[in-house]
Design a protein. Structure first.
Length: 232
């Protein structure tokens, strides 16, 4: 019986430790092979002039519009948020009862069992209650640069689903930028670029791997003590 309890406790502790060091899942970006596999229609050699695989735009500028086309997304993200709260309450109570008079004389009695001095009916009561709380929170971030993405889908209304990533290896570390979302063709500028602020349902990830990233990462035990599973 004791051995089974120890096993249960060990299992619970193991789950808590794993939850404390768990990291957020990364977003998977479709590869070029997967994109072109979706974009390549079946070729039909029927002798016609127009073929699905041979579309030519004679009077249109060069902008992304089909699956597999590339587009540059200019990262221009900047957010600032702040919040403050302050609460203060107080409550005072005071009760004062004077000694009543009887036939013009103050009432008083003496009891050797209670005290050796005369006692009256006068009484008083005071209470004080107060609370004060204050909190401040501020957060800001900024991300600039550019990422060339590929069109992975065309929605029925003509909007384009785009995905892209950039991986940079510097010295003993690697950095990556991933972005995915939906854009409107009308927002695409003449140089075949679009601002990241015009990407709907945008998912932007920026991170790194390597020696520098590992030095900035909290250890698994520290993650456990700072997780929601730590009760204190």
């Amino acid at each position: 019986m004791l051995v089974s309890k120890v096993k249960w406790i060990a299992a619970i502790v193991g789950v808590l430790l794993l939850s404390g060091c768990a990291s957020a899942p990364t977003q998977k970006i479709a590869t070029a092979e997967e994109i072109f596999a979706m974009a390549s229609p079946q070729r039909i050699d029927n002798g016609a002039i127009f073929q699905p695989t041979k579309g030519i735009a004679l009077y249109e500028d060069i902008k992304a519009r089909n699956i597999g086309d590339m587009i540059t997304i200019v990262l221009s993200e900047q957010t600032n948020a702040s919040k403050s709260a302050s609460t203060s309450t107080s409550k005072d109570n005071a009760i004062d009862v004077t000694n009543p008079t009887l036939l013009g004389l103050p009432t008083a009695f003496s009891s050797s069992a209670l005290s050796s001095r005369d006692m009256s009916l006068a009484s008083s009561l005071e209470s004080n209650k107060s609370f004060s709380g204050e909190g401040d929170s501020a957060q800001s971030n900024q991300l600039t640069g550019s990422v060339t993405a590929m069109v992975t889908g065309v929605l029925p209304n003509g909007y384009l689903r785009v995905e892209g990533e950039k991986n940079i290896s510097i010295n003993q570390g690697e950095e990556y930028v991933r972005i995915k979302g939906i854009i409107r063709p009308v927002d695409i500028r003449s140089n075949n670029s679009v601002l990241s602020t015009q990407v709907a349902n945008a998912v932007i990830s920026y991170g790194g791997n390597g020696v520098i990233a590992n030095s900035n990462d909290m250890g698994w035990l520290g993650k456990f003590f700072n997780s929601k599973w730590w009760p204190f």
